[in-house]
Design a protein around this ligand. Structure first.
Ligand SMILES: *[C@@H]1O[C@H](CO)[C@@H](O)[C@H](O)[C@H]1NC(C)=O
Ligand SMILES: *[C@@H]1O[C@H](CO)[C@@H](O)[C@H](O)[C@H]1NC(C)=O
Ligand SMILES: *[C@@H]1O[C@H](CO)[C@@H](O)[C@H](O)[C@H]1NC(C)=O
Ligand SMILES: *[C@@H]1O[C@H](CO)[C@@H](O)[C@H](O)[C@H]1NC(C)=O
Ligand SMILES: *[C@@H]1O[C@H](CO)[C@@H](O)[C@H](O)[C@H]1NC(C)=O
Ligand SMILES: *[C@@H]1O[C@H](CO)[C@@H](O)[C@H](O)[C@H]1NC(C)=O
Length: 369
């Protein structure tokens, strides 16, 4: 019986989600995200299916295209309706080139944050290993590099500063002195109007109230199932996903905890060779851990799709050794800018008052910035 239900439910749900409607949920060729209010497909749907400026086009190759009034066409990678984020990229794979005259005015979209990037033109015969050249803006004589550190840009005397640009990023680099050089990520833009975040969070879908009004409201129409189908779907998804997430968090935390304790207990083990493993796992340095309020005062950031971290950090959490993923929360230690999964570092700091990275190799703290 249970198996039957699981098999049948998807077939019941999809007709509910895609129920008859003047503006049915659409998709464009090879893309796997749906296009619905406030977005609409310019050539296939009537104008009143969406908000002005949210018009998209399916091109001949099945790609979803967003046209920004002053910056031209971009391909859409994904749309997150719940968080009101659209992720776009340059069709010809030269985002830095597009950023040279990027202008969001007259479009409903904005950057979550801006970060100034300086573009440098350097002689090609100079190898600067720290930065990857932007290939599409480089040639045989001049390489173009980018950095967020003006200090560093100015110190590179063999290069010429081309321009300093405000670049839309999904979260700001809070550390003045650190730099990121990578400009290859997608752009993530957000919108304020129409605001459907609450509606989406409750499992509904926004739409115009009626065909003569610009006012929006949240629909959970049981007949078309527009909202309800999604809600049922969400409930099912959540009932599977939440236990899975809870289980993995528990496992990761447990691993972090064990690692942290093992490391903090490391010296004890070498000094007292006869101590058993059980003793090693005792939180020997509990007394040197930080107060919860101190830990809470350290900056916490939710990673965007780009998973870009501030400061001298790479893509792997040094504590649990798993790669950072979008939407994970990281916490950074203000003194040295080293970041970790919040779950991992919180657990560590409760046991140890020091940064796990610098304590292991203090030269890393200043070596990278
Ligand atoms: C963006 O375009 C608008 C309209 O053309 C213009 O008024 C504005 O100055 C531009 N902004 C930038 C930063 O170039
Ligand atoms: C970027 O640079 C401009 C001009 O120097 C400055 O006014 C602006 O505040 C900077 N923006 C950020 C986010 O640092
Ligand atoms: C390109 O490189 C040449 C030779 O290294 C140099 O003379 C020239 O100024 C550079 N151009 C730019 C725009 O940096
Ligand atoms: C290479 O690019 C620079 C600008 O970055 C330009 O000034 C130069 O003329 C180009 N050189 C060649 C050989 O195309
Ligand atoms: C609005 O909807 C009504 C009923 O659904 C329809 O009769 C009318 O033509 C529509 N008006 C416009 C402007 O689309
Ligand atoms: C459409 O909605 C507006 C605003 O809620 C309302 O004043 C108007 O009477 C509605 N029109 C129809 C045809 O339902």
């Amino acid at each position: 019986m249970g198996v039957m239900k699981v098999l049948i439910l998807p077939f019941l749900l999809f007709p509910l989600i895609y129920a008859a409607d003047n503006c049915p949920t659409a998709k464009c060729g090879g893309n796997d995200f749906t296009i619905r209010f406030p977005f609409w497909l310019e050539r296939e749907q009537p104008r009143n299916c969406g908000y002005p400026g949210f018009n998209l086009i399916c091109n001949g190759q099945g790609m979803t295209v967003l046209n920004l009034p002053h910056s031209g066409d971009f391909f859409v990678r994904s749309i997150n309706y719940g968080e009101q984020v659209i992720q776009i990229y340059d069709p010809s794979n030269c985002l830095p080139g597009r950023l040279l005259d990027f202008n969001l005015s007259d479009s409903p979209f904005m950057a979550a944050y801006y970060q100034n990037y300086t573009l440098l033109s350097c002689p090609s015969d100079h190898t600067i290993s720290r930065f990857a050249a932007i290939d599409c803006l480089s040639n045989s004589t001049n390489k173009t590099l980018s950095t967020t550190s003006t200090r560093l840009a100015v110190s590179m005397t063999m290069c010429k500063v081309v321009v300093t640009l405000p670049v839309p990023v999904s979260w700001p680099n809070v550390y003045e002195d650190s730099f990121t050089s990578d400009l290859t990520d997608d752009l993530q833009l957000t919108w304020d109007v129409p605001n459907c975040e609450d509606c989406e969070a409750r499992g509904g879908m926004c739409d115009f109230k009626n065909n003569t009004s610009r006012e929006i409201s949240c629909f959970y129409n049981p007949e078309t199932g527009k909202g309800r189908g999604l809600q049922v779907f969400k409930i099912i998804t959540l009932s599977i996903v939440i236990p899975a997430i809870t289980a993995s968090i528990t496992i990761v935390c447990f691993i972090c905890l064990v690692d942290a304790r093992r490391q903090s207990g490391g010296i004890t083990t070498t000094l007292q060779n006869s101590t058993t493993a059980a003793v090693t796992l005792q939180p020997t340095s509990l007394a040197t851990g930080l107060e919860e309020s101190t830990i809470e005062s350290y900056a916490k950031v939710v990673l965007g799709e780009s998973r870009r971290l501030p400061g001298p950090n790479d893509i792997t959490c040094p504590i649990c050794l798993s790669d950072y993923r979008a939407k994970e929360t990281v916490r950074c230690i203000p003194e040295c800018e080293h970041c970790f999964h919040a779950d991992c570092i919180d657990e560590w700091l409760r046991l140890n008052g020091t940064c796990p990275v610098c304590r292991a190799s203090p030269s890393l703290v200043h070596g990278d910035s």
